[in-house]
Design a protein around this ligand. Structure first.
Ligand SMILES: CSC[C@H]1O[C@H](OP(=O)(O)O)[C@H](O)[C@@H]1O
Length: 355
């Protein structure tokens, strides 16, 4: 059985409180968009695809319970207001914003149909959100398989096993299941071609140590935890053949926002001649932005740096800068961008996704 970030059945949404892992595996009911917003903001649920899925499913749960209306106009306004609210929970990952745009279009289109009824529009919106959940798992499996194949052809064409390094959590917990970068690692393991994974500890909330390590142990994948600052020495001494990370937003020129620390790993990988891959669904690609400079980077509360488990560790009075993400320039993404539609160089991405 794989780990589930989300448990959903019509009218009921449970999310795994990831702040409690690995000590406790507790699911929490989400019955409203407001609760979803709070769970996303607090990082109980996290990861670009999982954020969008939980956001849209929370709206589906409210719609199933009869929220919105009466009347088509009031229903559409309720849906749009709810989606606009969800987008504000965390700004960097693009998936929630893309999903909000699409779901909002569905609401407007369905409500505008001749003879449209409130019940029919409600049903269509709920089905749309449910479909997201199914699609994400399939997309991740494609990312995993395409990425593993590409990576092996590049770094181990003659056969044999490979050691890889990954950053942050991009697994089942960050998606509807299987994972993006961690999906590639799962596929390598399933093929018998994975020798070892190095996973970084990662801020905020030590997601690598608490979540990625948990998933790797759970799946019996051979893995070692390192601190973020050990990336260079791991590449120099541990026969790392590729670095694979996820993404919160990939823009038109291939620049990629991902968990802070990604950028330094990409520089280090280039220095060592190690291919650097980004694995992300098309829903994490934002072709409306030309370069990474346009991406809004979320800044997290200072307590995430100054305290550990509720105990203050930093000198009182010290200033804090705590960006949650950084942007890796496209020229450092030397392996490619792995999507469910194929593996593309940053230069190829825009044309590949629009043709
Ligand atoms: C497949 S998830 C992509 C992305 O999400 C994480 O961000 P966060 O934990 O802040 O939600 C991280 O940057 C992952 O690489």
């Amino acid at each position: 059985m794989t780990l589930e970030s989300v448990r959903y059945s019509r009218g009921s949404l449970l999310v795994l409180d990831q702040l409690l892992l690995p000590q406790e595996c507790r699911y929490e009911a989400v019955t409203s968009v407001r609760q979803a917003w709070e769970a996303i903001r607090a990082m109980k649920v996290r990861g670009a695809p999982a954020i969008a899925i939980v956001g849209c499913l929370s709206l589906a749960v409210e719609l199933q319970a009869g929220a919105g209306g009466p009347g088509l106009e009031a229903l559409v306004t309720f849906v749009q207001d709810s989606l606009n609210d969800l987008v504000t929970a965390r700004p960097t990952a693009v998936n929630m914003a893309q999903a909000a745009r699409e779901m909002s279009e569905v609401a407007t289109r369905e409500a505008g149909r001749e003879g449209a009824t409130e019940d029919a529009v409600r049903e269509r919106l709920i089905c749309w959100a449910e479909h997201m959940l199914e699609k994400d798992i399939k997309d991740n499996q494609s990312i995993g398989d395409l990425g593993a194949q590409h990576l092996l052809e590049r770094v181990a064409p003659g056969g044999g096993q490979v050691t890889v390094l990954t950053h942050c959590n991009t697994g089942s917990l960050a998606t509807a299941g299987y994972g993006t970068a961690l999906g590639v690692i799962r596929s390598l393991h399933a093929l018998g071609r994975l020798k070892h994974v190095f996973c970084t500890e990662t801020r905020p909330n030590n997601q690598g140590a608490r979540l990625t390590a948990y998933e790797l142990v759970y799946e019996n994948i051979p893995a070692t935890l390192i601190t973020d600052s050990m990336g260079a020495t791991a590449m120099a001494h541990k026969d790392v053949k590729a670095v694979i990370v996820g993404a919160d937003r990939v823009v038109a020129n291939g620049d990629t926002a991902n968990k802070v620390g990604t950028y330094q790993l990409a520089i280090t990988a280039k220095y060592h001649g190690i291919p650097f891959y980004v694995a992300a669904p098309v829903s994490s690609c934002d072709l409306s932005l030309k370069t990474g400079q346009e991406i809004v980077i979320e800044e997290r509360p200072s307590q995430e740096l100054t305290s550990l488990g509720g105990t203050r560790i930093a000198a009182p009075g010290i200033g804090v800068w705590n960006p949650s993400f950084d942007v890796t320039p496209h020229e450092l993404i030397t392996g490619g961008i792995i999507t469910e539609r194929g593996v593309f160089s940053p230069k190829e991405l825009q044309i590949a996704l629009t043709s």
